[in-house]
Design a protein around this ligand. Structure first.
Ligand code: B1M
Length: 210
């Protein structure tokens, strides 16, 4: 039993092993962030590199993603932290054209842990849906996630739609996802960028509390 075994089990598409190894590490009291970062996320990085190199294909990537999600579900109760009074409401989703949700789901967990009421709109979310949901839930923050360079422009279009709907001054906009960075966030008029799920919780609190 080790974090290395978790890493290997995700790469090896062995879901039963992911379950037994993750449960074993949790029971042994291993730091859950280490299980997440050094086991599950690191494995997905390798899967992504192999995909780029043409050494693995979409079905394998999907199975690894499923194995990783299974592991994350087991970690979830341990990641969310202590419940506390809600600091605000965040409406969050992966933008239109993008189906990646593993990172966004982790961000949701950390936002809940940071005390937010999280309204998760899922994946492939249109700009109209973001606007309607923000109004319906009286959101303090709109969170936009994307993993594809081809949908980075959709993040900007969604921000434009938020402005056009006349609610830009009522919400803060947080963006994130592997191809984004602070410069891009500044350029498209977002209020903040977060590098990872832990950072998202911290940055979101700063957005509403300061
Ligand atoms: Co896709 N995929 N994928 N994929 N996939 C990437 C992103 C890619 C980099 C792989 C590669 O080529 N190396 C590449 C994008 C290249 C590019 O755009 N430049 C790619 C591609 C090309 C594709 C397809 C086009 C493949 C195809 O069909 N030919 C296709 C697109 C489908 C679509 O979306 N329309 C596709 C499909 C898929 C699967 C469905 C098979 C699967 C997704 C399953 C799912 O999500 N349910 C998948 C996967 C698993 C990946 C990789 C391997 C892993 C992504 C992941 O889950 N990472 C990925 C390569 C990689 O990233 N290593 C890849 C783990 C996760 C914890 O990290 O998502 O970065 P991440 O999230 C982080 C941060 O980014 C940040 O915090 C998270 C947690 O720490 N963050 C935020 C994310 N959102 C945030 C929001 C915030 C703040 C922080 O505030 C709101």
């Amino acid at each position: 039993m080790s974090i290395e075994n978790i890493f290997q089990a995700v790469i090896g598409l062995d879901i039963d092993k992911v379950v037994s190894e993750v449960n074993g590490e949790i029971e042994a009291g291993t730091d859950v962030n280490a299980i997440l970062n050094d086991g599950l996320i690191k494995a997905m990085d390798v899967v992504g590199e192999r995909f780029s190199a043409g050494e693995t294909f979409v079905p394998e990537m999907l199975m690894s993603a499923h194995a990783m999600k299974t592991g994350v579900e087991l970690l979830k109760p341990h990641l969310a932290g202590e419940a506390e009074k809600k600091v605000g409401t965040i409406v969050i989703g992966t933008v239109h054209g993008d189906l990646h949700d593993i990172g966004k789901n982790l961000v949701c967990i950390m936002l809940e842990g940071a005390g937010f009421n999280v309204v998760d709109l899922g994946v492939d979310v249109t700009k109209e849906t973001f606007v309607e949901a923000a109004k319906e839930h009286n959101a303090d923050i709109i969170g936009l996630s994307t993993l594809l360079t081809t949908t980075m422009c959709v993040v900007e279009e969604t921000i434009d739609a938020i402005k056009d709907a006349g609610i830009r001054d009522d919400v803060k906009i947080l963006v994130g996802g592997a191809p984004l960075n602070q410069d891009f966030a500044d350029r498209i008029g977002a209020d903040a960028f977060a590098t990872d799920a832990g950072d998202a919780g911290k940055v979101a609190r700063e957005l509403v509390l300061h």
